[in-house]
Design a protein around this ligand. Structure first.
Ligand SMILES: Cc1cc2nc3c(=O)[nH]c(=O)nc-3n(C[C@H](O)[C@H](O)[C@H](O)COP(=O)(O)OP(=O)(O)OC[C@H]3O[C@@H](n4cnc5c(N)ncnc54)[C@H](O)[C@@H]3O)c2cc1C
Length: 318
């Protein structure tokens, strides 16, 4: 494989951690690994990409890339691709990158493969079908191949390298400044981020009522290093925000311990948490599919067990 690019999102001057995971993988596949980062903080972010293996980083701090949705970044990437001909462009499967990669694919006419779990070579990658239950290898066509890689597919490891920064100066036509971001809203959150927490407490429809998520919050704050997640069923029901959704169409987590409260264990949920080192499931139904992947299964009422768990953790803290 000759030249791989990694497109890295940057927000508040911080590089998206998934870009570092992908860069680590790209190093195994090609000698020539380069980065592209667009938007305020890009030049500073370039040095982080260098530490994870990018030899060259194309960077622009132009606010146009943060102010307007996807179109300017897709345009700039297309221009850069014309100039430098990468064989593959890897994106993290995040909201903005999905939008950018889709638009880019319309311009390049090459394959855009989504939901990539593994990259097998310059023209082959792996994904899951049937809710992740079956893995399939996919042959990719056209150039450059565009891949949207699932977060947490690879472990990030610094290479100790440094990147040459190439400033990007591309004129963005006015007709590409159509969808403007008017406001940014950060979900209020305390404790560790869901993706990074060593312990994840997840609730499903079995919690019966949105107010019972307070029990998970309470347990998380007693434990300390824990974050609260949820199934799509309760996100769709409006009980908790989408940012808490774990699974195929939500966040992927790989904590040390994952506790599932009132979750049936649908394949679309499992695909987002099966990488947890230890899985504990609490469900009233002993036939619930979640028990098939659980290291410890408790058949019982989550609403009775949760208060006892909270008390137990509290008492052990003295
Ligand atoms: C294209 C697609 C994408 C999807 N993406 C996702 C995704 O990203 N994430 C996701 O989670 N889902 C996803 N889904 C939905 C998925 O198929 C399931 O519908 C969903 O995960 C079920 O959520 P649940 O386990 O909370 O609810 P249910 O399946 O209704 O399960 C509730 C469980 O709670 C148990 N229970 C009830 N009362 C109690 C109690 N008091 N104590 C203990 N246990 C109790 C029940 O026995 C049951 O097992 C997707 C579906 C599709 C079609």
């Amino acid at each position: 494989m000759s030249k791989i690019w990694v497109y890295a999102e940057v927000s508040n001057g911080k590089v998206d951690p998934t870009a570092l995971e992908i860069l680590t993988k790209a190093r195994d596949l090609a000698e020539d690994v380069e980065g592209v980062v667009l938007g305020p903080g890009a030049t500073e972010a370039a040095s982080v990409l260098g530490e994870y293996g990018a030899t060259t980083v194309y960077a622009s701090d132009d606010p146009v890339y943060a102010d307007y949705v996807a179109q300017p970044a897709a345009h700039a990437l297309y221009q850069l691709i014309q100039q430098h001909s990468p064989d593959v462009v890897l994106f993290a499967m995040n909201y903005d990158s999905r939008d950018i990669a889709g638009r880019l694919s319309a311009k390049t006419g090459s394959t855009l493969m989504s939901n990539v779990f593994e990259i097998l070579g310059s023209d082959r990658a792996q994904t899951g079908i049937f809710g992740g239950a079956t893995l399939v290898d996919v042959d990719l066509q056209g150039s450059p191949k565009l891949l949207l890689v699932r977060p947490k597919s690879f472990e990030p490891e610094p290479s100790g390298g440094s990147a040459k920064v190439v400033p990007v100066d591309i004129d963005i036509p006015d007709e590409l400044k159509k969808s403007r971001r008017l406001e940014r809203h950060e979900e209020a959150a305390s404790g560790p981020r869901l993706e990074e927490a060593p312990i994840v407490l997840a609730g499903g429809r079995g919690l019966q009522d949105p107010s019972n998520f307070k029990l998970l919050d309470e347990l998380a704050s007693e434990i300390g290093d824990a974050a609260v997640g949820a199934t799509r069923a309760v996100v769709d029901a409006g009980w908790v925000p989408y940012a808490m959704q774990i699974g195929q169409t939500g966040t992927t987590v790989k904590p040390g311990v994952y506790l599932a409260f009132g979750i049936s264990g649908a394949t679309q949920h499992i695909v987002g948490m099966k990488g947890a080192k230890k899985i504990v499931a609490i469900n009233k139904d002993e036939e619930a599919p979640i028990f098939q992947i659980a290291d410890l299964g408790i058949v019982g009422d989550a609403l009775k067990i949760l208060p006892q768990l909270i008390e137990e953790v509290r008492s052990r803290k003295g």
